[in-house]
Write a new protein. Structure first.
Length: 235
């Protein structure tokens, strides 16, 4: 199941990227092959939503908890194209509505992506490491900007590059405080990489453990069922 979740995550990231590129004018989702890719992803999301909805015991609860998933499968562009053909709205208003539709699409898919990533981030408490990392990067950027006398935006860039251990070298610390900050961020980067590797392994190992437990439960149920049938036959 978790492999399927990773597949959905990959599709969500692809869809968000395509929508943003379409919004900026870099590509057009109305042209091939982007049109086919976009509709294929939409179809998979729709199937995923409908399948889980039919399996849900509490339909109302499922609907409330999966509003983002519902937004992600509504073809806003096609709906607005129909309205445009029908000339219900003016051209200028339609232009604004198309932009809003794209925003809703990204909003819905982002929510779907977030719900899928939640399980992964909660593995091994990885989410708390991310929170700590963001806080340290932000704090380090402020310190580095003040002591190295560079703009805050450049300090943020330097902090991220240093944390990811890329180290382009375009910005280097000169002061002692700046160098100490760099060391802290380097250690943080190593911790993130190590924790990420551990989280990925645990994520898939948990799936194997859950499968093993499920098989054991099924085995126990079959044993109890055999005993019950045996007692019935004896009577």
């Amino acid at each position: 199941m978790k492999k399927y979740d990773l597949f959905i995550i990959a599709l969500a990231i692809t869809s968000i990227s395509l929508t943003i590129l379409d919004f900026t004018g870099s590509i057009s989702l109305k042209e091939s092959p982007y049109l086919q890719i976009d509709w294929s992803i939409l179809g998979i999301f729709a199937y995923d939503y409908i399948f889980r909805f039919t399996k849900a015991e509490n339909k109302a609860k499922f609907f409330r908890q999966n509003l983002f998933d519902l937004l992600a499968i509504i073809p806003f562009d096609s709906m607005l194209s129909f309205f445009r053909i029908a000339r219900i709205f003016r051209i200028t208003r339609m232009s604004k509505m198309f932009k809003f539709a794209k925003f809703l699409r990204v909003f819905g898919i982002s929510g779907k992506l977030g719900s899928r990533l939640k399980v992964f981030f909660n593995t091994n408490g990885f989410i708390y490491l991310l929170y700590t990392s963001f806080a340290l990067i932000f704090t380090s950027s402020i310190i580095y900007s003040n002591f190295e006398k560079i703009p805050f935006a450049q300090a943020v860039w330097w902090s991220i590059v240093t944390t990811t251990t890329v180290g382009y070298g375009d910005i280097s610390p000169v002061t002692s405080i700046g160098k100490i900050t760099a060391i802290i961020l380097m250690l943080l980067g190593i911790s993130i990489i190590g924790m990420l590797s551990s989280t990925i392994v645990s994520f898939f190992n948990n799936e194997k453990d859950e499968t093993a437990e499920l098989k054991e439960e099924i085995k126990n149920l079959n044993t109890k069922l055999d005993l019950l049938i045996q007692k019935i036959d004896e009577k």
